[in-house]
Design a protein around this ligand. Sequence first.
Ligand SMILES: [Zn+2]
Length: 424
Amino acid sequence: MNEYLTLGKFSFGMGDRFGHQGRAQLAACVKATQLGAEFIPVWNKSNREHTFIGTEPASLRTEADAAVQALGWKKPYHVDADHIRLETVDRFIAPSDFFTIDVADSISKPAAAADVKAFVDRHPELIGKVSIPHIDRPFDISCAEVERVANKFLLAVQDAGKIYRHIAKAKGAGNFITEVSMDETDSPQTPPELLVILAALADEKIPLQTIAPKFTGRFNKGVDYVGDVKQFEQEFNDDLAVIAFAIGKYGLPPTLKLSVHSGSDKFSIYEPMRKALKKFDAGVHIKTAGTTWLEELIGLAEAGGDGLEIAKEIYAYAIEHVDEFCAPYASVIDIDKTKLPAASVVNGWSSRQFTDALRHDLKNPAFNPSFRQLLHVSFKVAAKLGSRYLDALKKHEAVIAKNVTENLFERHMKPLLIGTPRNP
Ligand SMILES: [Zn+2]
């Protein structure tokens, strides 16, 4: 089947843990589109998030539909079953039309020797000098190297095929967008590895529209990129060249593009990304999630009164459980505990002091990345507060929505597509 649901050139993945910010998030897409920078909204939520919060995947569809209705959004929009696997996908199938198939757990587990041999035999074009337009020096890939990469990734690709076919059987091929993610693993995939992976995904006949590799550098939760920006830029450019090449070579969908699982707020790589996308006339999918939950906290704190009290209460609980909360995220946060203010100190803060510490404004000397990262991983505290938290979201909706929209539009969408004016 050649017809399938396609994803727009630029798309923006938004997570909304508590399901109240759909309209405010969509308002950011509306603003960007009015400026000629069209971002197709995609609401994403992983099985883990649903489990922590106690929600069902259908609730995300309800939220997306309601936001689209309320704002009169006429362009496409999608609901992403984020980081699903065969064991978790079933309850996502009906309400989702975008599936992020996570096969990171199968990386480095060997595929059957016969399958690896068959793959290498099928792809003589990957061996030797491989010239790719816009990459200065051709890749020089030995047969042993193709075998090594196949041994590392073929099982993961076969898993992706199994999960894809499972979804296609239940939902009908063509009725959804397929992403394959390999980002939640230890080492980044190099551009030559990406080429081999794409050849293997094409063999599985997956109509792949986005692929999320792990990039070089650290993608800590809710804070800026940590790593060599120049190296990232090179890798990102080479990945775009590899994708353009693989589309032609292996008949992958022409809409295939990179998906950047940003962990939110990777401001310093937005400018190199924007330049590269322009150079290649390529699209991109940006996935964010926790940045909106932090804007909820900022909005509550800014509202003052009982809003500020709840924000302080969440921090006080979080700092008491810092080790417990941080443990599952060890590879994606870098918290300096000496920089975490005591609860007694924060309890004396004004709205301004709380929002200055939390809001991701790199120019503000009071911004505290450790404070921000701890709160990023502490959304379970808000979930525990239950209706008290949700009632506060409703009561302070206006100030929260303003922060949610402004954050996505000003700090993410604008630098990605429009660029930021140089500082005088
Ligand atoms: Zn991811």
